[in-house]
Design a protein around this ligand. Sequence first.
Ligand code: GMT
Length: 375
Amino acid sequence: MKIGIVCYPTFGGSGVVATELGLELSKRGHEIHFITYNQPVRLELLSNNVHYHEVNVPEYPLFHYQPYELALSSKLVDMVKLHNIEILHVHYAIPHAYAAYMAKKILEDEGILLPIVTTLHGTDITLVGSHPFYKPAVTFSINKSDAVTTVSQSLKEDTLRLFEIKNDIHVVPNFIDLEKYNHKFTDCQRAMLAEDHEKIITHISNLRPVKRSQDVISIFYNIQKELPAKLMLIGEGPEREKIEYQCQELGILDKVIFFGKSNEIDKILCFSDLFLLPSETESFGLAALEAMASSVPVISSNTGGIPEVNIHGKSGFLSNVGDVADMTKNALYILSDANRLKTFKENARKAALKFDLHAIVPQYEAIYEDTLAKC
Ligand code: GMT
């Protein structure tokens, strides 16, 4: 198939999933066209099956807001015609599903059919999409998609609760390339991060309020009072300064490493003993899955789709949102006994196997085939 993929090319989970999906589909013989405003961060290798088309939005001083959706719709129309793209898979409803529908209608006028598959990722539904500013447009574009998928059962339920949806929603969970997270890096690289006797605790996120990164610091502060530990913080976002001050006030700045944005999270996860994800809401928690695939147990909140990924008492523990004391207790329970830590690490990897990309990507292929057959 010739498949167009639209996504946010940033470090967010939705862009990562879309990119990894496109790369895997290309290995399976499909021709993939990424259509975005920047080269997706994990799209390093272009091959004759993988193409990237940049959406440019010319700046015009009259416009207070530059019309990205319009530029995207026009680019989609041109790319579909030029490359005979058969189906379009848009990740994140806003504004991608909306722009895709406009492109579909323009092409329809020229006698060209463009089926649209929309994957909802979370914040496009739970945080942003349900806001009255966007809700009518989001509802419309979901209902006009030829197929709709969500990354967890929980997100499907949220979508049905928050919007008046007329079409079926397929749950296709996020996936992981287990091979990529099976590396064994050398001890000397671990030594660059922490001393042998120190436990390595890790958190990866875009440091937005929804991630509750202040809870991460509080949990770590409690942990390091009981046993020697270092905290690896990967990601950039609006809460960063706040948590740097929090670390300074708590006197733990020397125990926290701020990495900023990184393309090498597999290397850091490889040495990690525990992963923290205390989010307010999370439709899936791809970062938790990446940790588990690296044999890192997860201490998380029990919100949204996280319980579909992190199995309480097996791959880690779940606590109520904001219950820092319970998360600390669970973290110390895992970390304080070497045999227990080993068991949790093994269980984390085992729980991740269910999300192997070889099992999940064919589910998207089946959806494309069904959609093409129906249209
Ligand atoms: O978590 C974010 O703020 C980024 C956001 C995104 O769109 O990239 O993540 C959402 O999609 C990910 C991939 O499907 C999920 O793993 C995240 O759980 C989800 N984030 C939220 O629901 C807050």
